[in-house]
Design a protein around this ligand. Structure first.
Ligand code: TNX
Length: 552
């Protein structure tokens, strides 16, 4: 009897596995779509006989179609041609859709970045209000595919729909502390795209190197872009003495901005001011309070030498730099830093003190005159940018120096400053050190890990974070525009190390950015992660494998 049962079980297993041999798509990807509703009826088979249709004459959709074709080929080896199609609503007509994938604009959809994927025996439709929404749908289809060469993929009939919880879904990359080639920045953009993100906060200037070519001040990159050596270990007195640096030409930046735009990612450049400016001071010492000489810094931390805002020349410099930055980066936001700006030089500087007098700036029990001077300076910059149709983002230190509510605050010293800012009417991006600094360790057991800044931000900690504090009043919640993780690179020197720090934590971040809190489920997320990791492996990306199996 027992034997018979075993034989029956064996036969069932063989039958089931043979039936399941057709490589099959699984729509439970990362970030998990809001709705995945199976549809009764026959499934669809994806083969190299299918076309990818896009509305004729629409350049963005043409590019979407080309990227989808590229992704399908990379994952499965199936080559699908793209094809422009016509009908009355700049969409694709029904006859052309049969047996193919069609990318369709639906102007009536309500979320700008939402998508709908409909799979029936007649074909696949990816619909969105905008090409950006369709691009997110494309990433979902891409992630749903099995990885490995195959002549066909079985696509179960389904309707998959989603729209993101937050409009701002970002990652930050510091290219000052270490400089990364254009190819690495593009690679980072590819990571963001796969994970459904739409903002790259690009930290381009700091004490350790100025990385953007400014035509009016060429010494910024030529002198400010290079340091004479780098400290070893965690700010040890030992310096490697190796000249280190580099910068992006304006042409390279335009190329990167275009590459990002094709993936619906807006780049927010950061020109950190008035602190973290040694790169600029080394090149133009007259912009500092003491006049220098200054050197591009080979250590990490916060430096006392910052811009002298008592000099009109400094303000002119900042405006000139921003003029070129605005030409390079078409997005609405410019990040002007504002963090970690010691005021010791300003206290001693006759020009800064004169400025305080001239502007009638006064200390009170809440703030020093010098803190208010930073506020005055920031407001000058903010007004200049707003005259040019731009808005500023600044680190949460700006809350301590009187900027008005049109400044968007990036909350890094915890989530609390962000909540405070929202209460004061600022828009807010949440990127608290704990748990969204991806330069921090991913485990408390650090001995086998590459050197990191410190801390311990595990995958689970990232997943469990809610960017909107439970006690934030309902009418203030709209100010939390989104959430971002930061990758500072004091200890990150090359592309594989970038990848190791961010993957798989950025997968957890993606779920915070897209999912409503009640739809999050850590163990379900962990069960979906291995397939995403198959894709990381396919592209030869480095990631922290232990995060899949250990809870550390
Ligand atoms: C704080 S976050 C900084 C950076 C460092 C980072 C290291 C912020 C506004 N300033 O300059 O690189 O910590 O985690």
């Amino acid at each position: 009897m027992k034997r018979l049962a075993i034989i029956v079980m064996l036969i069932v297993t063989i039958v089931v596995t043979t039936m399941a041999q057709e490589p099959t798509a699984d729509y439970r990807v990362v970030p998990l779509p809001e709705r995945i509703d199976g549809i009764k009826g026959a499934d669809f088979r994806l083969t190299n006989q299918c076309f990818i249709n896009y509305p004729a004459g629409n350049r963005e959709m043409e590019s979407n179609a080309a990227l989808l074709s590229q992704y399908i080929e990379e994952l499965t080896g199936i080559h699908m041609s793209t094809r422009p199609c016509r009908d009355t609503k700049s969409s694709v007509n029904q006859a052309d859709r049969n047996g193919n994938i069609s990318l369709l604009i639906d102007a009536k959809a309500d979320n700008n970045e939402g998508y709908c994927i409909l799979v029936t025996s007649r074909g696949i439709e990816i619909t969105g209000k905008t090409p950006a929404g369709i691009f997110h749908g494309i990433q979902v289809l891409r992630q749903s595919l099995p990885v490995g060469k195959t002549p066909l993929v079985l696509m179960p009939a389904v309707q998959v729909e989603s729209s993101p919880r937050f409009p701002y879904r970002g990652m930050h990359l510091d290219c000052s502390r270490h400089f990364f080639p254009v190819s690495t920045v593009k690679h980072y953009i590819d990571l963001l795209a796969l994970h459904g993100m739409n903002r790259l906060h690009w930290h381009l200037t700091d004490d350790q190197g100025w990385r953007v070519e400014i035509k009016k001040y060429l010494r910024l990159s030529e002198v400010g872009g290079w340091r004479n050596g780098t400290t070893l270990g965690h700010n040890s007195p030992v310096n490697d003495g190796i000249r280190y640096g580099g910068y992006y030409t304006q042409e390279e930046i335009r190329d990167i901005v275009r590459y990002a735009a094709q993936r619906y990612i807006t780049i927010i450049p950061e020109i950190d001011m008035p602190g973290h400016m040694l790169g600029a001071l080394a090149a133009y010492p007259e912009l500092g309070c003491t006049g220098g000489p200054y050197e591009v810094w080979g250590m990490w931390g916060v430096h006392d030498d910052i811009l002298c805002v008592g000099k009109d020349q400094t303000l002119q410099f900042v405006k000139d730099v921003l003029d070129e930055v605005m030409q390079l980066f078409p997005g609405e936001y410019i990040h002007i830093g504002g963090d970690e700006s010691p005021r010791v030089r300003w206290q001693e500087c006759p020009r800064c003190q004169q400025r305080i007098q001239d502007m009638g700036i006064r200390a009170d029990e809440k703030q020093s005159a010098e803190a208010r001077l930073q506020g005055w300076f920031t407001t000058q910059v903010q007004q200049y940018l707003s005259e040019h149709g731009r808005r500023i983002i600044g680190w949460d230190e700006l809350l301590g120096c009187d900027v008005d509510a049109t400044a968007t605050i990036m909350s890094w010293r915890g989530a609390e400053p962000g909540s405070q800012a929202a209460l004061q009417g600022h828009d807010v991006i949440m990127s608290p050190v704990d748990p969204l600094y991806f330069d921090y360790y991913q485990t408390s057991q650090t001995w086998n890990e590459p050197t990191a800044f410190g801390g311990c931000n595990t995958l689970k900690k990232v997943y469990d974070f809610d960017p909107v504090a439970a006690d934030l009043p309902a009418d203030k919640r709209k100010h939390i525009l989104g959430v971002q993780a930061n990758l500072w690179t004091e200890y990150v020197t090359c592309e594989p190390q970038i990848d190791y720090q961010v993957m798989p934590r950025m997968a957890a971040l993606a779920e915070l950015q897209w999912l409503q809190p009640e739809d999050k489920n850590y163990s379900d997320f962990k069960a979906r992660l291995p397939h995403l990791v198959e894709i990381y492996k396919l592209y030869n990306w480095t990631y922290r494998a232990k995060s899949l199996v250990l809870e550390d």
